[in-house]
Design a protein around this ligand. Structure first.
Ligand SMILES: NC(=O)c1ccc[n+]([C@@H]2O[C@H](COP(=O)([O-])OP(=O)(O)OC[C@H]3O[C@@H](n4cnc5c(N)ncnc54)[C@H](O)[C@@H]3O)[C@@H](O)[C@H]2O)c1
Length: 273
């Protein structure tokens, strides 16, 4: 009996990652290229009013592109805001022109702020919902024609354990991540006839600039913030971006070709409670 490989062999495929300049998105891009894919690394590369912490930088995105191209894989970097439907439509035109195909979408870009719901400002609410929930829909919507043509079409949405349970002082983030899980399941149903899988990964506390930025906003140390998120993990460890990447690569492997509409928690066991 042939056992399908759990290792992703992505030669000849093209993968797009949002929020690619740093953190988990950067780790995903590197690993996708190492697995043989050409990469579209998309990031906004611009700070806004929300969040107060700085976002990814153009220099980071360019350095990633150079690093991947040095390995003989192609990498197209695109500066675009996932909140902007027109910009995402234009990004897909660029992808189609550069590669003529798109096989994998990783909806990873997101932001976070923190306050009780009665103190959240409307701008904060709208920025988090637009980035974390509407953004993945914009990207999936505009990628759909190419993804549906792909013989290997896969969409992976990076949600959060906050997509499965509530956390105080993050109502906008919790609402957006619950929404991402609903979107994942609805898209899985609609794309199944095209043999496209759509899944979500639910990370626990991951060492990344997002957590460091949030800590600064709250006047806490990164360790304080990690402790807040780690207190109910069965393994009290801070996850590395690479651990999320490993789950992503499995979802892109042949072994997972019939896994769809699924939420894969990589959270040190916090959702076991
Ligand atoms: N870090 C954690 O502990 C943690 C926990 C659970 C889930 N997550 C999720 O993991 C994913 C990656 O987070 P991270 O920790 O690497 O964050 P990060 O802040 O380090 O990286 C996010 C990237 O997204 C980009 N981005 C933000 N807004 C954008 C927009 N409008 N358009 C395009 N790009 C934009 C930023 O510039 C940045 O490069 C997110 O979906 C996040 O919600 C993170």
């Amino acid at each position: 009996m042939m056992v399908p490989s759990g290792v992703a062999h992505l030669q000849g495929q093209v993968a797009l990652v949002t929020g690619a300049a740093r953190g988990q998105g950067r780790a995903h891009c590197r690993a996708l290229a190492a697995a043989g894919a050409d990469v579209v690394a998309l990031d906004v590369c611009e700070d806004g009013e929300v969040p107060a912490y700085p976002l990814g930088r153009l220099e980071e995105l360019q350095a990633l592109t150079e690093e991947i191209e040095a390995t003989d894989r192609r990498c197209l970097h695109v500066v675009a805001d996932v909140r902007d439907h027109g910009a995402i439509r234009d990004a897909m035109v660029q992808v189609e022109a550069a590669f003529g195909r798109l096989d994998i979408v990783v909806n990873n870009a997101a932001i976070v702020t923190s306050a009780p719901f009665w103190e959240l400002l409307p701008d904060e609410w709208h920025a988090v919902i637009a980035t974390n929930l509407t953004g993945p829909w914009h990207v999936a919507r505009e990628a759909a024609p190419m993804i549906r043509r792909s013989p290997h079409g896969r969409i992976v949405n990076i949600a959060s354990t906050a997509g499965r349970r509530a956390v105080a002082n993050f109502s906008h983030y919790v609402a957006a991540k619950h929404g991402v899980i609903g979107l994942t399941r609805a898209m899985a149903i609609e794309l199944a006839p095209d043999e496209v899988t759509v899944n979500a990964i639910l990370p626990g506390a991951v060492d990344s600039p997002m957590l460091a930025g949030l800590a600064r906003e709250l006047g806490l140390t990164t360790d304080d913030v990690l402790e807040t998120f780690m207190h109910d993990q069965l393994f009290e460890v801070v996850l590395t971006p690479g651990e999320i990447t490993s789950a992503l690569l499995w979802l892109l492997s042949d072994a997972a070709r019939h896994v769809t509409g699924h939420c894969l928690s990589v959270d040190g066991g916090s959702l076991a409670h």
